[in-house]
Design a protein around this ligand. Structure first.
Ligand SMILES: Cc1cc2nc3c(=O)[nH]c(=O)nc-3n(C[C@H](O)[C@H](O)[C@H](O)COP(=O)(O)O)c2cc1C
Length: 215
């Protein structure tokens, strides 16, 4: 049986990102795969500390020497048949938790060699699922394809397969916007957009989960 690992890079366990990841997992399940969701913000871990143990000639390559609560997650990703990295956009980037996770996963499987671009050892189908306040127009205006593309490029090179991408725009952040300083948003527009578009995004996440384990 194939396994899909969904990595939730949002601190919210029932937020937009986690909801899309749930749908990706359902898609994988519909193709007969088993699933696991990892909530990064429930774990005590750090990003890469630049120890370079993964670059030593005397040590086997492809694993991070740091030992903390992310270590078993990195092992699970390596053993999986597919992985989905879900993250909210924070200050025009992926979340700090997701950056830290990817540093550990990707740097440990990359050595400074022109001949060997990756020591990951297999091809792992992956996807990036992004959720964000901004609209598709803002996404273009702020060159987000290029900004996020750098991480996607490293993931593709190191995991051996170009990642699939899903972008959910104009997400709802608060149940009740009137309780928060949020005058830049029109809550009616937000909720109307969500009602129309979020089911479409969920369906796209389902299809990605299914496609990844069928890949
Ligand atoms: C610290 C922080 C920074 C954010 N920065 C951005 C941003 O730069 N651009 C954007 O479109 N949304 C931004 N957002 C909004 C979230 O990306 C958006 O609400 C997302 O869907 C939240 O996902 P979640 O429900 O899974 O937590 C930010 C939210 C937080 C908490």
């Amino acid at each position: 049986m194939k396994t899909l690992i969904a990595i939730n890079g949002s601190p919210r366990r029932k937020g937009n990102t986690a909801t899309l990841l749930e749908h990706a997992m359902q898609g994988a399940q519909s193709a007969g795969a088993s699933n696991e969701m990892i909530h990064l913000y429930a774990l005590n871990f750090k990003g890469c500390t630049s120890c370079f143990a993964c670059k030593l000639k005397s040590r086997p390559h492809g694993s991070c020497a740091m030992k903390d609560e992310l270590s078993p997650v990195l092992e699970k990703i390596k053993a999986a048949d597919a992985v989905v990295f879900g993250t909210p956009i924070y200050f025009m980037n992926i979340s700090a938790g997701m950056i830290a996770c990817l540093e550990r996963l990707l740097f440990a499987n990359y050595i400074y060699s022109n001949e060997i671009p990756t020591v990951f050892g297999k091809k792992l189908p992956s996807a990036f699922v992004y959720t964000m306040n901004m609209t598709d127009k803002h996404f273009v205006q702020f060159n987000m394809t290029e900004r996020l593309g750098v991480t996607e490029m490293f993931a593709g090179r190191i995991l051996g397969v170009e990642p699939k991408i899903l972008r959910a725009f104009n997400t709802v952040q608060f149940k009740d916007y009137s309780r928060y300083e949020s005058s830049i948003f029109d809550p009616d527009d937000k909720f109307a957009y969500r009602e129309k578009q979020f089911p479409v995004d969920c369906k796209a996440a389902f299809d990605i989960g299914r496609a990844l384990v069928e890949q």
